[in-house]
Design a protein around this ligand. Structure first.
Ligand SMILES: [Cu+2]
Ligand SMILES: [Zn+2]
Length: 175
């Protein structure tokens, strides 16, 4: 095949390649005072032209609405609370907020970039859904940070603090 044709074919292949390709993934484990415990499923986040798509596949979670966020630090270890007691997954730190907004406004609002959609857990403790976070344009920025699933829900506003998520139920570090 003439060299020029090969070059044209290579160029066409490059154009056809998707412009968005990054994917990050984690296995969530129950956050306990002693560190990560039982596995409760997976979270996969990938780039799409409409922003990040979050695929959750969970089991063993209390039924109902659960708040979910990307937190700043890539650790699910306990931290030490003001009373000296361990805080499960406390080492994950606050919500990921690269623009330093200091505001919790949910996935559509101009606050924490780490504010993900709520997860709806079925009566049998499972949740399978594709959720959208349109403000997250490059999921590679989430790599090495923690996903936290909370014991409470998420009002996408404050107060209550962090939308009412309360305790950290499960945690995983995105790879
Ligand atoms: Cu959170
Ligand atoms: Zn937040």
């Amino acid at each position: 095949m003439p060299r020029i044709v090969l070059a044209a074919a290579a160029a066409a292949a490059l154009v056809a390649a998707p412009a968005f390709g990054a994917t990050v993934h984690t296995t969530l484990r129950v956050a306990t005072p002693a560190g990560p415990g039982a596995e409760v499923g997976t979270v996969t986040i990938k780039d799409t032209p409409q922003g990040a798509m979050i695929t959750v596949d969970l089991h063993g979670v209390p039924p109902g609405q659960r708040g979910m966020h990307v937190h700043q630090n890539g650790s699910c270890a306990p931290s030490t609370g003001p009373d000296g007691k361990p805080v499960p997954a406390g080492a994950a730190g606050p919500h990921f907020d690269p623009a330093r907004t200091g505001r919790h406004l949910g996935p559509a609002g101009p606050g924490h970039l780490g504010d993900l959609p709520r997860v709806e857990v079925a009566a049998d403790g499972t949740a399978r859904a594709d959720l959208k976070a349109p403000r997250i344009k490059h999921v590679s920025a989430l790599k090495g940070r923690a996903v936290i699933l909370h014991a409470g829900g998420d009002t996408y506003s404050e107060p209550p603090p962090n939308g009412g998520g309360g305790d950290r139920f499960a945690c995983g570090v995105l790879e």
